[in-house]
Design a binder for this molecule. Sequence first.
Ligand code: GBH
Length: 454
Amino acid sequence: MFPPAFVWGAATAAFQVEGATTADGRTDSVWDVFARRPGAVKRGDTGDPAADHYRRYGEDVDLMRRLGLGAYRFSLAWPRVRPDGGAPNAAGIAFYDRLVDRLLEAGIEPWATLYHWDLPQALEEQGGWTSRDTAYRFADYTETVLARLGDRVASWSTLNEPWCAAMLGYAGGIHAPGRTDHTAAVAATHHLLLGHGLAMDIIRRHAPDVPAGITLNLYPVAPHDPANAADVAACRRIDGLQNRLFLDPVLRGAYPDDLLEDLAPFGIGDVVRPDDSAVIAAHVDWLGVNYYRDYRVAGGPVPGSEPAGPEWVGAGDVHFVPDPAAPRTDSGWEVQPAGLTESLLQVHRGYRPVPLYITENGAAYPDVVSDGGEIVDTDRVAFLDSHLRAAHEALAAGVDLRGYFYWSLLDNFEWAEGYAKRFGLVHVDYATQVRTPKRSAHWYSRVIGLNGLG
Ligand code: GBH
């Protein structure tokens, strides 16, 4: 059993589900432009049609209600709300107005994320997140959203996974805007966090009673050989870049000293101004943890390992070591439920007390259709079951865990992987846009009804 007020939800993100990328005044985001770059996204997939959620949100809310979801975590598209990062666009904001009202009518809490990676392309052309000014433009956008929806949203999140936006987008070249410049990625990291802090202040002014926080993707990191000093050092660096670079400024008020040193050659000292740390450390009411897998790392090559890619800025010689015993999802990621307990404990033990939500956890699996037409995704059911047990273990260890959001409600645009990787509880036939709840949806619905695993 989970605690009585535990929040059960599912998540999506604007660019991954909405489609309708030119409707009602929306302009290009960095992802529209990146997806048109040959080779950037598998099979040349783009943000259209996605799950056509922009037009089918009513049907989707009905589906959520039938599944018994208590909350729906979605993001707003900045280029709908302020096209080109410029003036507010009433027609674009109106979509979120309709969505929020519909959710409230259905008795589902709207959990809104302000930024899930779809920066207006016009702002990227002025430097994007490498420019300090973008943090202030994000604050302006936040102001527009809060003025309209502040009172009706149940919980606000500023950013989703700034690590991905900064490191995969500006250093790894894997995500939009597809840059491969380590100095740019460090500047982007800081300006995203600054934008978070500025946005928190605006949320407080418009919606002082509504809880607000930030969502980070956390991964527990372990040394391949704990007795090997190079492996231990590699572990410190990867844990630093992935977890502490974001957790520390938000929850402790300063970047860790070891990272300031590791990132000095990439200009961290040039972008951080003395007053920024107080802005970034604005009080958050909760921290969102997105959990997918864990990492084992070595300080040099070991059999079966892969060298760290360019997104690991300043990590030096690091190799990621697979666990041959772990099952894998369709994305090739190891299924490591114990890592979820560990990530939650890392925050619980290492930082000030803060309520935690699992804002994403999920897996891609190919659909298996049975004779009766049912999508029998037993792998996903097993994934959910093991991760919910891991979440429950964290609760038993004293972690203040308040809710769980499955990623994702619907099959959707899985970024550089396009539509081939399906994370949904609900299958989407992209040709007809017909929605079919998979076996996992029914299984999850039962868990919600029982408030436990039974
Ligand atoms: C989350 O990111 C996102 O918030 C969500 O939008 C996404 O659909 C979901 O996970 C599933 O991926 O790093 O080289 O392996 C989690 C972090 C970042 C993990 C992109 C997969 C793929 C490129 N994800 N990453 S790589």
